[in-house]
Design a protein around this ligand. Structure first.
Ligand code: ZN
Length: 428
């Protein structure tokens, strides 16, 4: 392999095995699950009996012996793929020992039932697997040793060199998760203009754009079907809890309906976020937002021991909304796409800049409660919706940063208003 920096992207294709291939895939999954559990058993007994930790390398050696002595193990699955399963266990144990070292008392990694076993991986392309994409990386077929040629549907946004793959089993469906090295990002950008955005509560996202001296406010609403999906899941959850007998068939069916609905919702949302972020990335050469700390946003609901949260119920509702709009996921999708198309991505230092408390016009900082949805400046009188105001602060910050990189004198955030007579961006 070359030393060139890798630019890895994961893409998922859904697999459509024939009934016979599905049986073979299930059998393969079972051998990996058995290997995982056996290796786990070995590690646990060594640790509990002698405080010995068995290494990944040790287990790879045992695997080689096992494959030599029991040919059914050698026939059952590809060797490097089995090693990947041992590596999966190694990762679980690394985390376990890290926590032991830091004085915690974590539980051992757990045995996995076939239902809970997520899948298995392959390393080098051609070693046990070969994926042949169709035109433009849309759909294709996967050749898996011991299973055959499986039809795959999906599309990679950008093709590349195949580095590794994972066969995933979720809710009775099979998927191929492909890791591609897409190399140096394409630099063919036609868009110009800048966008800064903030997360809304009522809207999905609020933004302010800048192109040739003019600002424009944009907002992207939560798709209406999100609420419908949510209602449906709540109803299905109720249906499950109304069937308390855990062994009943009716309950099992209700659980299956719930998990199918959840998976479908997640898929639709991801799809929508992909499309929305791709559209934004194609329109703007510079995209800026606040550094996002979901953890901080959710933690504030309960408050701390020193400072118990106020309006906990109301805030946790807000937090739910914030989490629901999945800002972290959307931000990372958008970031990837902006960088991929050769654009610039900036994250404003929230603590220093305080976008939600700063006036975008006079740059004065005034504390706001979370419930205060409008920015109304006591100093200069500038008034507009809170999310728009904070996006505008980020935009102004981002454009200044751009000027800095043009070799002009760098400025501190707080000095913006001192250096300028008039705000650089006219309020909408
Ligand atoms: Zn002001």
């Amino acid at each position: 392999m070359s030393d060139a920096p890798q630019n890895l992207r994961k893409t998922t294709y859904r697999l459509y095995p024939t009934p016979k291939q599905a049986l073979a895939l299930g059998a393969l999954l079972r051998t990996h699950q058995q290997l995982y559990n056996a290796a786990l058993e070995e590690r646990i007994s060594a640790w509990t009996k002698a405080k010995l930790s068995i290494s990944y390398e040790d287990q790879c050696k045992s695997l080689t012996a096992l494959r030599r002595d029991l040919p059914e193990w050698a026939d059952a699955a590809n060797c490097s793929s089995q090693q990947m399963t041992l590596r999966r266990l190694k990762k679980a144990f690394d985390a376990f020992f890290r926590r032991v070292k830091s004085g915690q008392t974590p539980g051992f990694p757990r045995f996995k039932s076939l239902d809970r076993f997520p899948g298995f991986s392959f390393k080098t392309h051609g070693d046990g697997w070969r994926f042949t994409p169709e035109d433009n990386w849309k759909h294709g077929s996967l050749r898996l040793s011991g299973v055959g040629q499986i039809r795959a549907r999906g599309q990679a946004r950008q093709g590349g060199a195949m580095r590794s793959s994972e066969i995933l089993h979720r809710n009775g469906q099979w998927y191929l998760s492909l890791t591609l090295d897409i190399g140096t990002p394409k630099r063919a950008r036609t868009a110009d203009g800048a966008l800064a955005f903030d997360w809304g509560v009522e809207t999905f996202l609020s933004g302010v754009t800048h192109a040739t001296e003019a600002n424009e406010v944009i907002s992207i609403d939560n798709p209406r079907w999100w609420q419908a999906d949510k209602d449906k899941i709540v109803a299905l959850q109720r249906a499950v809890s109304s069937k308390p007998n855990k062994r009943s068939n009716r309950r099992r069916k209700a659980v299956a309906r719930l998990s199918r609905a959840k998976a479908k919702t997640a898929r639709c949302r991801l799809n929508w976020m992909h499309q929305t972020s791709a559209k934004l990335a194609s329109q703007f050469a510079l995209v800026a937002t606040e550094e996002l700390s979901i953890q901080g946003m959710t933690r504030s609901a309960a408050g701390t021991a020193d400072e118990p949260g106020k309006n906990v119920a109301q805030k946790s509702g807000l937090n739910r909304e914030i989490l629901d709009t999945a800002p972290a996921l959307f931000t990372s999708l958008l970031r990837c796409k902006v960088l991929e198309t050769g654009g610039e991505w900036l994250e404003a230092p929230t603590r220093k800049l305080k976008p939600s408390q700063r006036c975008p016009r006079c740059w004065d900082v005034q504390k706001k409660q979370l419930s205060q949805r409008t920015h109304s400046c006591a100093k200069c009188g500038h008034t507009e919706p809170r999310d728009i105001a904070s996006a505008r602060v980020v935009l102004r910050w981002a454009l200044e940063i751009e000027i800095e990189t043009d070799g002009r004198e760098p400025r501190q955030y707080g000095e913006h208003h001192a250096h300028r007579e008039t705000p650089p961006l006219a309020p909408a």
